[in-house]
Design a protein around this ligand. Structure first.
Ligand SMILES: [Zn+2]
Length: 304
C-alpha cells in the first residue's frame, strides 16, 4: 500500500530500542550476568524461529530461551527524523512501520471507543521488554505486559526468504497483525491462547487467526485513515496486487508451511498460528467484510 507523498507521519508512536549497549547492560539476561533461560510471554507473528538459537526447546511456543544475548551490535537509532512524510514511508522500511502504526491506530481509535494507543519499539538484535529479553530470531511480537509491539525491520528480508513477495502490504500486514494482539489484550481475549496453547483447533490458533482477521479489517479501512486534525487520508486506495502481497505474507507464516521447511513434515497437533490457508482465509474475511465482529474465530466451527 502506498502512502500519500505529503502525509505527515507521527513518530511519537514509536521508539528505537535494542542493540548492544541498551540491551546488554544490566538487563535480565545480560552477558556475564544472570544468564539462563528467560520465559517470555510473547505473541508472535509465527510459531517458528529464524535460524538457530533464540527459541527454547520446551515445546511451548511462548517459552523462549534468550540463549544468546549480544553485548555488541549496532543498535537502532532513536532518531526517526528521516521519517517525516508519506514519501519517506514509501522509501524506508522503518518509516513505513511508523506510517502503518499511525494508520492502524487511527483506524482502531475511530472504530472502537475503548481503544488505547500502544507504542511500537523498532529494535535490532536484542531488546529488553516487559516480557523479558528477546532477540530478533523470534520475529515481530507483541508483549501484553507492557502493551508494546516490537519489530526488527530486518525481519522483512526474512519474510521474503520465507515466501513473502516483498511488497509494502506484506510488511504492513505484519504490523497490523501485532496490533490485532493489542486489541485482543484490551478486550480480554488474548489470554485464551495461554489456556489452550497448541493444536489445530486451539485457543492459540483462534487468537492468531483473529489477529490476521483484524489486520484485514484495517486494510479494508486503511485508505480512509487520517492523523489528528488532518483532513486528508494518509494512504492511497489499495490495489488487488497489494492484497496479493498481504496474502503472500500470510501464506509464508502459516504453521504447515513453516513446519514443512523446518522439520520436513506437518504436525497439526503442534500448531499455534494456523495453516497458510487458514491465515489467508481469515485475513480475507477481515478485508472483505471490514467488520471486526466477523472476526469471531472462537465461534467458528470450521476455521477453514
Ligand atoms: Zn500473532
Amino acid at each position: 500500500m502506498t502512502f500519500k507523498e505529503n502525509a505527515r507521519l507521527d513518530t511519537g508512536q514509536v521508539r528505537g530500542g535494542g542493540g548492544g549497549r541498551r540491551g546488554g547492560g544490566g538487563g535480565l539476561a545480560a552477558g556475564g550476568g544472570i544468564g539462563g533461560i528467560i520465559v517470555l510471554v510473547l505473541y508472535l507473528l509465527f510459531g517458528g524461529s529464524l535460524g538457530g538459537g533464540g527459541t527454547g526447546s520446551s515445546g511451548s511456543p511462548w517459552n523462549f530461551g534468550a540463549s544468546e544475548v549480544s553485548t555488541s551490535g549496532e543498535g537502532v537509532s532513536e532518531d526517526f527524523s528521516h521519517c517525516q512524510t508519506g514519501a519517506d514511508a514509501n522509501e524506508h522500511q522503518d518509516c513505513r512501520v511508523i506510517g502503518t502504526v499511525n494508520s492502524v491506530q487511527a483506524f482502531w481509535t475511530s472504530a472502537w471507543s475503548q481503544y488505547q494507543p500502544a507504542q511500537t519499539v523498532i529494535f535490532s538484535g536484542t531488546v529488553q521488554t516487559g516480557c523479558g529479553t528477546a532477540n530478533s530470531q523470534v520475529g515481530p511480537f507483541y508483549c501484553p505486559l507492557d502493551s508494546q509491539v516490537y519489530i526488527d525491520v530486518s525481519f522483512f528480508d526474512q519474510l521474503e526468504q520465507m515466501g513473502g513477495d516483498g511488497g509494502s502490504l506484506s510488511q504492513m500486514y505484519v504490523v497490523a497483525h501485532e496490533y490485532g494482539h493489542h486489541v485482543q489484550n484490551l478486550n480480554g481475549v488474548l489470554g485464551r491462547a495461554q489456556q489452550d496453547p497448541q493444536g489445530p483447533e486451539s485457543g492459540a490458533v483462534r487468537v492468531e487467526l483473529q489477529a490476521d482477521c483484524y489486520a484485514g479489517v484495517w486494510v479494508a479501512h486503511a485508505d480512509g485513515t487520517r492523523l489528528g486534525q488532518e483532513d486528508t487520508a494518509i494512504l492511497e486506495p489499495i490495489t488487488q496486487d497489494q492484497i496479493q502481497s498481504a496474502l503472500s505474507a500470510a501464506e509464508a507464516v502459516g504453521d504447515d508451511r513453516i513446519q514443512e521447511q523446518m522439520q520436513g513434515r506437518v504436525t497439526p497437533e503442534n500448531w499455534t498460528h494456523g495453516s497458510s490457508e487458514q491465515r489467508q482465509k481469515w485475513f480475507l474475511t477481515g478485508y472483505e467484510t471490514g467488520d471486526p465482529n466477523q472476526c469471531n474465530t472462537f465461534a467458528a466451527e470450521d476455521l477453514g
